[in-house]
Design a protein around this ligand. Structure first.
Ligand SMILES: C[C@H](O)[C@H](O)[C@@H](O)C(=O)CO
Ligand SMILES: [Mn+2]
Length: 419
């Protein structure tokens, strides 16, 4: 390890120790956290099953940076590259359209065998896998409805797809010895004001009941449901709203997924964690960065990311919260997008772990808001960066911006050769 990195770490360690913060313990805890890196940043949410199908469902990817992965092999190579620049062992979040198979298979017919190559790779790399049914970019969702569709045949197709997805999730969990989270998000909604808000929600509820009817060992698969306020083309009404899924999740013991981009622009998911945690056995996060709308920008270390980290650490929610990422930016190098977003997410958790939480809570309880404010602010310039650098070096990944050169080399030698 570089002597300067070690020396800076030792100085930081001593400073934090003065506040009773044991950096060695902190780094051990940090190493246990698995962030679920979403595969869809690597190819602009195209997948491999219906490659020619246009992206739909009210989400959108902008940019035309060269080098998007075109095959499962390319996507795995890009993920390998990104993981080599990120400290720790993590998970990959797959969508159903990323099946790796030579068969032409419909979504409702998908089986674990169509993901065997992903599992073999994950085993080799020591990664976990999460899963999502893909209820968009398909002719049967072209009018904007899936699980809440008025046509029972179309509804059944999506129910069968979601059922198949849970089985694939259970297979991942069982094969890899790490619980898979299978997250159901459907785009269903209306562009303009509906007359009947209730019937689609009733249909969605009934469809979900069918999807989840078969019990699955929670050691292998946990179900999650993801709400949304609006999408492109569903501005007036989304069937699966926050209230809908909060009710459904609480009543049926499902993980409630909070996506940072799925609420009113001034609403934050950090402020929801301490409430939901009191009523649920776990939460799924989609850490994203909405800019003016659900734009899915790459996660940066902004106030909200820091606050999410603090809430998870201060209320001891790391054991029950599944941290997934959800962004897709095609205007920059896609491997770099993963590295920036994932490193930032881990770094925000580290920063939160390096705060004098007990002293701050004590000040608050005693009504000493002066100390609460002053200490919070002073800690913003404590040398967390030295601890982070040491963590990266100890994990044999590049320290600070050294990783950029590696991505640039990979771009020259691999991504730009893809034509
Ligand atoms: C591709 C994802 O499933 C999707 O982004 C979903 O999680 C979402 O957030 C839709 O807005
Ligand atoms: Mn999401």
């Amino acid at each position: 390890m570089d002597a300067n990195v070690k020396q800076a770490y030792e100085a930081a360690k001593a400073l934090y120790a003065q506040h009773g913060i044991d950096t060695e313990e902190v780094l051990k805890k940090l190493a246990d956290i698995r962030v679920s890196m979403h595969c869809w940043q690597g190819d602009d949410v195209k997948g491999f099953l219906n490659k020619d199908q246009e992206l739909s469902g009210g989400i959108s990817v902008t940019g035309n940076y060269p080098g998007a992965a075109r095959t499962p092999e390319e996507l795995r190579a890009d993920l390998d590259k990104a993981f080599s620049l990120i400290p720790g062992k993590h998970k990959v979040n797959l969508h159903a359209i990323y099946a790796d198979t030579d068969e032409k298979v419909e979504l409702d017919q998908l089986e674990p065998k169509h993901f065997e190559r992903w599992v073999a790779w994950a085993k080799e790399q020591g990664l976990g896998l999460d899963f999502n049914p893909t209820c968009f970019s398909h002719e049967k969702s072209s009018d904007g409805f899936t699980l809440s569709h008025p046509d029972p045949e179309i509804r059944q197709f999506w129910i069968d797809h979601c059922k198949a997805s849970r089985k694939i999730g259970a297979y991942f969990g069982e094969q890899l010895g790490q619980t898979c989270v299978t997250n159901v998000w459907v785009p269903d909604g209306f562009k303009d004001n509906p007359v009947d808000r209730m019937s689609p929600r009733r249909r969605l509820k009934e469809s979900l009941d069918q999807v989840f009817a078969e019990p699955i060992d929670p050691k292998h698969n946990l179900d999650a449901v993801e709400s949304k306020l609006f999408g492109l083309g569903s501005e007036a009404y989304v069937v699966g709203s926050h209230e809908f899924y909060m009710g459904y999740g609480l009543q049926n013991d499902k993980l409630i997924c909070l996506d940072a981009g799925h609420f009113h622009p001034t609403e934050t998911i950090s402020n929801k964690l301490s409430s939901l945690a009191l009523f649920t056995s776990g939460i799924l996060l989609h850490v994203s960065r909405p800019m003016r709308w659900d734009s899915d920008h790459v996660v940066i270390m902004d106030d909200e990311l820091l606050e999410i980290g603090r809430e998870l650490v201060r209320h001891d929610l790391l054991g029950t919260t599944h941290i997934g990422l959800d962004f897709f930016d095609a205007s920059i190098n896609r491997v770099a997008a993963w590295v920036v977003g994932t490193r930032n997410t881990i770094k925000a958790l580290l920063r939160a772990m390096l705060e004098p939480v007990e002293a701050l809570k004590k000040a608050e309880l005693e009504g000493d808001y002066t100390v609460r404010l002053a200490l919070t602010e002073e800690f913003k310039s404590y040398p967390f960066g030295a601890v982070w650098d040491y963590y990266c070096a100890s994990n044999n990944v590049p320290v600070r911006e050294q990783w950029i050169k590696e991505v640039k080399d990979y771009e020259q030698n691999v991504l730009l050769q893809r034509g």
